[in-house]
Design a protein around this ligand. Sequence first.
Ligand code: GAL
Ligand code: CA
Length: 348
Amino acid sequence: MRVKKFLMTGIILGLGVQSLSGCADRRGTIPDKVHVGVACYNQSDMFISELLTCLREEFDQRGAAVTIRDAAGSQRIQNDQVKELIDSNCNVLCVNVVDRADPSEIIDLARENNVPIIFFNREPVAEDLMQWEGLYYVGADAEQSGTMQGELAADAIKSNSRIDRNKDGKIQYVVLEGEPGHQDAIIRTENAVNALRSSGIELEKLSYGIANWNRAQAQNRMQQMISKYHNQIELVLANNDAMALGAIDAYEKLNYTEAAWPVFFGIDGTDEGLQAIMDSRLAGTVYNDKEGQAEAIAELAFSVVMEDMDDENQAENEKYIYLPYEKVTSENAEDFLNQEKTEESVSE
Ligand code: GAL
Ligand code: CA
């Protein structure tokens, strides 16, 4: 039973004091079933849709009831969806917040109704997460993914002299960036470039394009860059696989022969990204551990619902769970694809 309803009934019936004990009851009693409300920023995002599949499996295996809502990129829609999920008696929320700088309305709603929130993938700022003890975050460390991407690119450049096609001793590169303001965009780019530099690679940045994690937008941006720089581009660093694949689409669309292609690097290890590595179109990616994240979210959801998270031993740093990234090249891409297939067949 939700606090708000209690409060309203309390006011109407004049049972002010008892209404407050309704709040305590809700925290103190263990519900028969875990009802999870999942709110995601945009289900058409390739990585998010794969992560949601894993999340649903994790909750299904544990016997939780799950309702998933898609905000299609609108914070206003997401606020309404969160309200609706709370009204439909969810006892925990998993929120992939649209605007990571502005989760306040969602936090207020959850706090008023005493429903804990596990934010995931889009990290609210620390100040917001500290607003209430019922707030958590599950994700991954952006810096690590960027560094790994840069190291993969440095290894490839060192072992293949043909990447420096004009033989000037420098690598001419472009960047395809994710959404401005997202923790995984600028930080990935910066760290990839730093890792390349610190391994001794000389770089020349030709240009960049913002493509909001999206394959079609990346193709578009890439076509514009190709029309300006023709075959000068030797390396494409994309903040995710979908955009790396969009860049490859651009070269295909313009009928460039593979000999004139740059090398492409992504991040995520989506099914399509892994397949592109197997097909030698994508040189490398960094695995964003959706299985690990989904499992951590589901475990945390159960422990916040089933246990008393007001407990004093609930350490502050338990609010954050970061799963490690892993490097993927043609040498191990198949293992990742197979691992996913095995997990699918186990859960069937
Ligand atoms: C990133 C991921 C991107 C995109 C984004 C959405 O972690 O690498 O592909 O899904 O999250 O928030
Ligand atoms: Ca060069």
